[in-house]
Design a protein around this ligand. Sequence first.
Ligand code: NAD
Length: 347
Amino acid sequence: MSKPIRIGIIGAGGIARGAHIPSYQSYGRDVEVVSVSNHNKEKAVECAEQFSIPHAYENEQQMLDEMDLDAVSICTPNKFHAAQAIAALKAGCHVLCEKPPAMTAEEAETMAWEAEKAGRILTYGFHFRFQPEVESLKKYIDGHELGEIYAAKTHYNRRRGIPGWGVFTNKELQGGGTLIDNGVHMLDTALYLMGYPKPKTVLGATYQKIGHRPGVGLMGEWDDENFSVEDMARGMITFENGSSLMFESTFAANIEELSSKKVSIVGDQGGAELFPLKIFQEKYDTLVDTTPAYVEKRDVHESLVHDFIECMLHDKQPVSTPSEGVLIQQIIQALYESAKTGEAVNI
Ligand SMILES: NC(=O)c1ccc[n+]([C@@H]2O[C@H](COP(=O)([O-])OP(=O)(O)OC[C@H]3O[C@@H](n4cnc5c(N)ncnc54)[C@H](O)[C@@H]3O)[C@@H](O)[C@H]2O)c1
């Protein structure tokens, strides 16, 4: 039997403990999480003990130098994604980096370039792609059931869903708020279903109207005094192929629903909505709607990690690619720039 794939974890917080580590450990004997690193050593040690991981580090470079790893998961605040991914790629590791890819488009480009140079996998934590309904709609789209896709719309809104833990409200460490945190998931899902067209022009607006004052926290009590990110982001993106996408996300806003997310895709042969999945078509002179009779329930974080492992074991390309990481980061950057200047940004 061949040796198990040796995994290292960088960042021992919520997503590492809640998703990545248990998902590697549930895969079976082909994989072993051998080390964890966190800039706060106590956290690394605590995490290692919690999951029976043999080695704990406070410095990820030392871990990369000493542990002979095959792959790492990067589960740190966004500010550190690029440098840590590049260090891991240079050490010969495959990399699963949490979303968003980075803080800037330039960082995402360098990450993509380093992955290419190293001949290693670089993929991102866009787990919504593993939702059965998203997979199903992608098959409809690839089967030309919607025809030419020319318009899309997406939102991921929370009424009072500012995270009360971590550093999600710290602009310096995260690069932004709702757009780069929850919004980015729906932005990626819409772009994925549209075939990741090349963006052309981006018009954005961001607001900070609620997070800087105390209020009802449905995702814990947030730190209103140090709230330095946007609580609402909106935008319109046009693409070189003529298609367009409207986007909105909120951490907090005075809206009816406590939490709501949707992706709408419009093609010349059919349209579709997620979540839940509905398909709208005209067939045999009849306007018809299609809905699934059954949708599998799945732990999509586990699916993402298991797919990463399968890609390493069987030399496959992951569903989320470095070049898509560059495109989404270009859009995020342009949305923030446009929001700042009030002008549309050409990419
Ligand atoms: N895919 C998803 O649904 C999802 C969900 C949550 C978080 N995330 C992403 O995962 C990342 C981490 O989020 P989290 O919720 O685990 O946050 P967290 O605050 O719970 O954990 C982050 C950990 O990283 C450590 N850390 C901070 N700076 C570090 C550094 N320079 N080097 C090493 N360790 C460092 C912190 O001490 C902490 O233990 C973020 O990029 C976030 O966007 C993704």
